[in-house]
Design a protein. Sequence first.
Length: 359
Amino acid sequence: MDFRELKKYIYEKNLVETVLVNIKCHHVKYHDRGYYTAANIDGDNITAITVYNEEYLRVNDYTRNIGDNSDIINLVLYNLKVMNNNDKLRLTDASKYLHKLLGIKWESYESQKKFDPLAVFKKANKITGIAYELDEPDYLEDDTYGFQVGVIHTSWLKEGITQRTVDQFDIGYSAFQKRIIIPLKYWKNGRLLGYNRRTVLPNADELGIKKYLITYGYPKSINLYGLYENKKSITNKGYVTVFEAEKSVLKRHSRIDDTGVALQGHVMSREQCSIILGLDIKEVVIALDKDVPINEIRAMCDRFYMKRKVSYILDRWGLIGDKDSPADADNNTYKFLFDNRIQYDELEHLKFRKYMEGR
């Protein structure tokens, strides 16, 4: 199994606790809101680790550096290094360990021959010359093949993204790739670092097509999407709004709100935190998607506590969908959520500390 299949297997077979116990995490506890907490193999904080009980098995380790955008395989790797006193182990070793633990036959990725229920369909479409979208690689040698800058796809037009925003961020579309093309510019000087390409095909999952394809080697952890374009407005208004996805930045920009940046994920790296702290602003507003647990939001806020005024947007009224970003709301709803954002003050800080201490 590859990493994705392995995590999905662990999730569907309800084996998260089995894995945590076997890698010597202790005080493992499941919480009804859909996550596990545990202590590190070499620590005594019983809520240092959070494992989210979904097929990607995302992991936050608040007291150990196991990598940005980490998952349960990263956690297994860290523990194996500690158990074996061997810092040279790699993710492949963690995968082998999990295969053996779960009784799954190990095969190198090169030798794996997977059954593909769409194989006949893909083969037939290769004859018609449109096989690329049905069997595409992780990246192209030319990310911009067929790219027309300044062209907006109808799906984004319907979501309220305006031509002003398309032009400002150099958004485009490739009819050949059937993908919206999002240039990723370095926050400091606008140098092009790569592209993110979002499919517009409605049945992408069923066809095995990745929703997003990002330029191979793009250094996401040292960049903030949208900061280069919005920096002047952010400085003038004195605050920055931190979203997860590029599209949230673009939606708010289309509604004449030029204060957004995107982490391009739900985890903030140390470098991204440092970039924000280096801005000449008074407040940081955290606006993560609604399905992110409250203590994950507080953990992010805590990194700015006593350094900047910091607050977070929380939908306490059921105004947006369960997995929506605040930016998905109409302008009036967003303004209400923003105006009623929660200040991360001493009381909020104490709530997070108590959570961390397992009280």
